[in-house]
Design a protein around this ligand. Structure first.
Ligand code: UT7
Length: 342
């Protein structure tokens, strides 16, 4: 008998600074029309100099903990998904654990590019299913603006900064019904960012920038999101028509629309906010989840499909039956009429 888990709090944080398509027109040879037509992005957020993946993650985590009404000291574990950590180590998760005062929690990072948050969430639900832990914070946080080559118009219009977080707790009658995680490392060269440990001592590269074969990734993304959704829906014993809301990785509006089309779903069944935040990699799904909650799109018993793909190449999906956020309300006692004689 495995323990069910539920998402009891959702938080997000995006930096204040907005970078519009008009701003990008002044930086590279591009246009607002091209960016909107090809990607759906209108604007994105860029971190301030004093921000890092951990400072943004802490902000998102605080909002999630507040909604869950969970004291950081009661957390058992902090899992952080990021591809843009403050440093090589310590883990961003340890920095977040310290910043929150989660003194009873273990901490580690997950790097699965844009599948990082889903991988972290799947990990958290497994710790809970076995009974090992009861309360886990999963954070997706990215400061991609520091690994974007701002002279490369094929990538700088897409990527941006932000953080999202969820509190995963034991209990409730919903939770994950299925998940799939896939990898094909042979496609690594189509989307990657190098780092200092891959470079022999003495060689000084210009920087460690995101490099991408956009057309290849586009085709891969639609095929991967389509197949992962079908696979996880089937594993859950459901039909595609049972999915109430899809929360896809926010990479490109055309990718999201092509995926819902391939799945025979109406486009409005997918949550979209890529227009305002661009691609925030492992932060995109929890940010979209928070906004779906704010828009009243999450209802008890709904089947939510988290679906994503990224550099690796990796892809995956999870079907999650929704339980309302906040503390679990005790089931109301049946009301008995007080005896008043007969
Ligand atoms: O988390 C996963 C991360 N990555 C992705 O999800 C990326 C997936 N791929 C995409 O989103 C799209 O492939 C892009 C948005 C990157 C590009 O859109 P596209 O429709 O595939 O365009 P394209 O690469 O086929 O390029 C079409 C034209 C080219 O010019 P020519 O060769 O036709 O003269 C590009 O040089 O558009 C040009 N171009 C641009 N023009 C204006 C490329 N980037 C830009 C730009 N502004 N920013």
């Amino acid at each position: 008998m495995t323990v069910r888990s539920r998402i009891s709090g959702i938080g997000m944080y995006v930096p204040e600074r907005v970078l519009t398509n008009a701003d990008l027109e002044r930086m590279v040879d591009t246009s607002d029309t091209w960016i909107q037509d090809r990607t759906g992005v209108r604007e994105r957020r860029i971190a301030a100099d004093d921000e890092t993946a951990s400072t943004m993650g802490i902000q998102a985590a605080r909002q999630a903990l507040e909604q869950a009404e969970v004291d950081p000291k009661d957390l058992d574990l902090v899992i952080t998904a990021t591809t843009s950590p403050d440093g090589m180590f310590p883990a961003v998760a340890s920095r977040i654990q310290d910043g929150l005062g989660a003194t009873g929690a273990g901490a580690f990072d997950v790097n699965a590019a844009c599948v990082g948050f889903l991988s972290g969430l799947a990990t958290a639900t497994q710790f809970i299913a076995t009974g090992a832990y009861e309360r886990i914070l999963v954070v997706g946080t990215e400061l991609l603006s520091r690994i974007v080559d701002w002279s490369d118009r094929t990538t700088c219009v897409l990527f941006a900064d932000g953080a999202g977080a969820v509190v995963v707790e034991a209990g409730g009658q919903g939770g994950p019904l299925s998940f799939v995680l896939h990898s094909d490392g042979s496609g690594a060269q189509t989307l990657y960012a190098d780092g200092p440990c891959g470079v022999p001592n003495g060689l000084e590269p210009d920087g460690y920038y995101i490099s991408m074969d956009g057309r290849h990734i586009f085709k891969f993304a639609v095929q991967a999101m389509d197949s992962a959704t079908r696979e996880s829906v089937e594993m859950a014993g459901l039909d595609l028509s049972d999915i109430d809301l899809m929360i896809p990785h926010q990479a490109n509006l055309r990718i999201i629309n092509a995926t819902t089309k391939a799945l025979g779903m109406p486009p409005e069944r997918a949550m979209v906010n890529v227009d305002r935040y661009g691609n925030t990699s492992s932060a995109s799904i929890p940010i979209a989840l928070r906004e779906a909650w704010e828009q009243g799109r999450l209802h008890e018993g709904d089947r939510i499909a988290f679906v994503t793909f990224g550099g690796g190449l990796v892809w995956g999906a999870m079907i999650f039956e929704w339980v309302p956020v906040g503390p679990l309300r005790p089931v109301a006692e049946p009301v008995h009429a007080t005896a008043s004689g007969n």
